[in-house]
Design a binder for this molecule. Sequence first.
Ligand code: SF4
Length: 258
Amino acid sequence: MDPDLKERLRFYQELGISDFYRPEPAAASAAVPNPAPPRPRPAPAPPPTPVFVPGPVTDDLFRATAPRETLEAIRADLGDCRRCQLHAGRNTIVFGSGNPKADVVFVGEGPGADEDAQGLPFVGRAGQLLTEMINNSAAKLNVPLRREQVYICNVLKCRPPGNRTPEKDEIDTCLPFLLRQLDAIRPRVIVALGATAARALLNTSEAMARLRGRWFEFRGARLLVTYHPAYLLRDPAKKREAWEDMQILLGFLYPREL
Ligand code: SF4
């Protein structure tokens, strides 16, 4: 079996998806009498109905009239940042990467060891899973989204020692740069990956169980909360819920196709 196909099947099976269909082959020749009609392909299950919950920050008017910064200008302003204690243990600032005009921005917690070494977000095992979540979910629903088309960044731009949970003052210090990035990109959807990103962006201490799989309004965009891929690596049983979240995301981005 083709290795890519094998990997994709493994991913779907981990999500609990086993309904694979293939079009019936055409009749081999006209000599075959009364060929059986092709088996109808069941329509894909509709995505879960999203719940739209107004969030705490709404400044559409400001965003519509404010001059738009470039990501390059924000990166230049960040410089060799030493604004919080995390600068001491980092190798590289991980600013973010991807399409500066993306419809979707994925926001994680902070760089891990691989990201700190390479200066790019989500390049380790969790990053590979994020790529699978985006590419394979889009392929499953037959919509054209690919990882290269989105923008990916983190709440923190420097790796916390030993990947510990970020301190509040570290988040408070670094968050304004993320908000400027989001205002510069102006995506239609922000996907918060995990509790740290969701709570930092929504300024809440709510549990993931109350945040996940729901829409929030945020700075003129929609914000969706799902699990961080690193959490899914530790608890693969949650992949099924992450798949439901991806259906919500893709159903909003591609309403005609789904
Ligand atoms: S985590 Fe953010 S605020 Fe802290 S040193 Fe790094 S770039 Fe600066």
